[in-house]
Design a protein around this ligand. Structure first.
Ligand code: F6P
Length: 343
């Protein structure tokens, strides 16, 4: 997206300034002039050449005062820095938290265009976010590789993928990788239902099973597994570890040796897929077009394959969850995939 934004803006004769480390750089005034050479060769790179921060929120910025962490509103400082750097428009790439703050900055006088970014694919207002396709590809490859041990050792293998609130990565990679059970936050599971699926497969001569779980999967009436709290973050809860909890319980309930693998940030790294490169190019180009026509306060979005835009407030209105009657869930159920809620 940075490449596409910078290239198309430069073609229009605009000056392009990169902000280092997201809101952190805007708050601290860390700007970097970008030229053609800076944005060349980026297509094959993941991450961002500018750096990022997922803890800096200009309206709730963590500062240590008298030995205590307090959350302060430093948006005025940010707006001063943006004016000082001569910014006429800010193209902001991020997830729900980033874009919710962007909506406030727009109201406070900074002309902003947002671009939706998260591997979780859970942003309201757009059918797809960039990063998702790459993450699904990596998770699918991992599932393929885990099949080897599952099959050879007659085991249950559990692979935990990202997805705190929405199970898009688990659903898509689970279907693509042929997971026997897919667990997503939107469909709470019962261990007995998963164990029943494993036993049913065994009766049919399939001595192994593969379970794909989103990190946010939770049992009926229960909560997701929290790995840690990040005090400085506006959204402090970090999930992780449901795979191990499931492994313990399933080993007993299904009577089969079970192993769990947590993919974690592997899903966020490396070379982007072709589909993500194409999407990023389209989103970046469209963001500059919106800025050129003065359509600020909007997020570029994809609807049914076409580009559109929605107000910046939309992605902040809660996560875009997988509908429990999603056609892909229905199709997966029809081919015999379990979702941990059967029976
Ligand atoms: O929002 C994207 C996401 O990848 C989540 O799926 C995951 O829980 C979280 O970020 C991890 O955040 P961090 O890198 O800060 O631990």
């Amino acid at each position: 997206v940075i490449r596409a934004v910078a290239k198309t803006a430069m073609m229009r004769g605009w000056d392009v300034i990169g902000v280092e480390d997201g809101y952190e750089g805007l708050i601290r005034g860390r700007f970097r002039r970008l030229g053609p050479a800076d944005v060349s060769g980026l297509l094959t790179l993941g991450g961002t050449i500018l750096g990022t921060s997922n803890t800096a929120d200009p309206y709730r910025y963590a500062q240590v005062r008298s030995g205590r962490v307090v959350l302060a509103d430093v948006s005025r400082r940010l707006l001063r820095n943006a004016r000082g750097a001569g910014l006429d428009a800010l193209i902001l790439i991020g997830g729900d938290g980033t874009l919710a703050s962007a909506a406030k900055l727009q109201r406070d006088g900074l002309p902003v265009v947002g671009v939706p970014k998260t591997i979780d694919n859970d942003l309201r207002g757009t059918d797809v976010t960039f990063g998702f396709d790459t993450a699904v590809g990596i998770a699918t490859e991992a599932i393929d590789r885990l099949h080897t041990t599952a099959q050879s050792h007659h085991r249950i293998m559990i692979v935990e993928v990202m997805g705190r609130r929405a199970g898009w990565i688990a659903l898509y990679s689970g279907v693509a990788g042929g997971g026997d059970v897919i667990l997503i936050p939107e469909v709470p599971y019962r261990i007995e239902a998963i164990a029943a699926k494993v036993r049913e497969r065994r009766r049919r001569g399939k001595l192994f099973s593969l379970v794909v779980t989103a990190e946010g999967a939770k049992p009926v009436g229960g909560r997701p597994v929290i790995r840690k709290l990040v005090a400085r973050s506006a959204d402090p809860v970090r999930l992780g570890g449901v795979g191990f909890v499931l492994a313990e319980a399933l080993e007993k309930a299904a009577g089969a040796e079970t192993r769990a693998v947590v993919l974690g940030h592997v899903q966020r790294g490396g070379t982007p897929s072709a589909a993500d490169r194409i999407l990023a190019t389209r989103l970046g180009d469209e963001a500059v077009r919106l800025a050129a026509e003065g359509s600020f306060g909007r997020m570029v979005a994809v609807r049914g394959g076409d580009l559109t835009s929605v107000p910046l407030e939309v992605p902040g209105q809660g996560p875009r969850l997988v509908p429990v009657d999603h056609p892909l869930i229905a199709a997966a159920r029809r081919i015999g995939t379990g979702f941990g809620d059967e029976g």
